[in-house]
Design a binder for this molecule. Structure first.
Ligand code: BV8
Ligand code: ZN
Length: 244
């Protein structure tokens, strides 16, 4: 028996060949990116269905782009924190590693994560509503809804909105990672948005050792093997250091 929860997780990680990580807005909160459902969360001031839905975009693309432009400006000044960097380190040491993120801010790839699925998309990509072309786009500010350089169609953020299906390839890859992992780390997510909200029970049923790291208890805290309350930037780096 290990003496502390951190030691217990480190021992599990040291023995594991397959590790999956699920992250949410909490990991980027430590970089200064607002979460969605906290006291200062984005949904306190905006209604999701008014801004993050295909109906909202069809009704008022200008308003939706205004919101994404505001978020782009905010995220552009943020950098990955110690928790993002620790996951890059973990990826290097684990034979079969996969990171599933709900975050659209792009901080995981900026940190250097390569084995990842951004299941809700990426705010720095756009998709043509006419020809479907996906391309990187770092423009700031975007004052008017942009148009496709190839076909002239209206461009939208390459983000999965409420009521939209996730990319089947991302889902397949995520479920493979969840079905096969020996350890699942769940970091900084409220666990209420589906399908990601089902990932903890899926991995648990397949026998994974499931760990939650969050500032507060969540609907999954009673289901997981170990729930640690604390900031991602303080806890996650401790899990990957080689010192005791
Ligand atoms: C789909 C994009 C099939 C915008 C987002 C009723 C029951 C079940 C399901 C549904 C239902 N009604 C509708 C649904 C389906 C719906 C859904 O789940 N709704 C919920 C809300 C009930 N899901 C969908 O529509 C999905 N698609 O299911 O397809 C389908 C198709 C048609 C019809 C039906 C089904 C699509 C989901 C869309 C996801 N996109 N928004 C944008 O980002 O621009 S959701 C939004 O929430 C974000 O994208 C984010 O990724 C996601 C999850 O949030 P979190 O990351 O968890 O963030 P949150 O703020 O909630 O929590 C932060 C946590 O961090 C907190 O716990 C906090 O304590 C912690 N924390 C804070 N600081 C720290 C910390 N932890 C550690 N350290 C810190 N420093
Ligand atoms: Zn196009």
């Amino acid at each position: 028996m290990n003496e502390s929860p951190i030691q217990e997780i480190k021992a599990r990680l040291a023995q594991a060949r397959t590790v999956t990580v699920l992250t949410g807005a909490g990991i980027s909160a430590d970089s200064g990116v607002p979460t969605f459902r906290g006291t200062d969360g984005l949904w306190r001031n905006f209604r999701p269905e008014e801004l993050a839905s295909p109906e909202a975009f069809a009704r008022d693309p200008h308003l939706v782009w205004e919101w994404y432009n505001w978020r782009r400006e905010l995220i552009a000044s943020k950098i990955p924190n110690a928790a993002h960097l620790a996951l890059v380190e973990l990826e290097r040491h684990i034979e079969h590693f996969w990171l599933i993120t709900q975050n659209v801010d792009g901080l995981h790839p900026t940190a250097g994560s390569q084995k990842l699925s951004e299941i809700h998309g990426n705010i720095w990509k756009v998709r043509c509503t006419a020809c479907g072309m996906i391309s990187p786009n770092h423009d700031i500010p975007i004052l008017n809804p942009p148009h496709c350089p190839t076909c002239g169609g209206l461009l939208r953020p390459h983000i999965v909105w409420f009521g939209e299906s996730l990319d089947p390839q991302d889902l397949d890859r995520s479920y493979t990672a969840l079905h096969t992992c020996e350890v699942l780390l769940i970091i900084g997510t409220s666990g209420v948005v589906y399908p990601a909200a089902s990932f903890a029970p899926v991995a648990k049923e397949r026998g994974a050792y499931v760990v939650e790291i969050n500032l507060d208890p969540t609907p999954h805290s009673d289901l997981v093997d170990l729930a640690i309350q604390g900031r991602a930037k303080d806890i996650v780096p401790q899990l990957v250091t080689t010192s005791a």
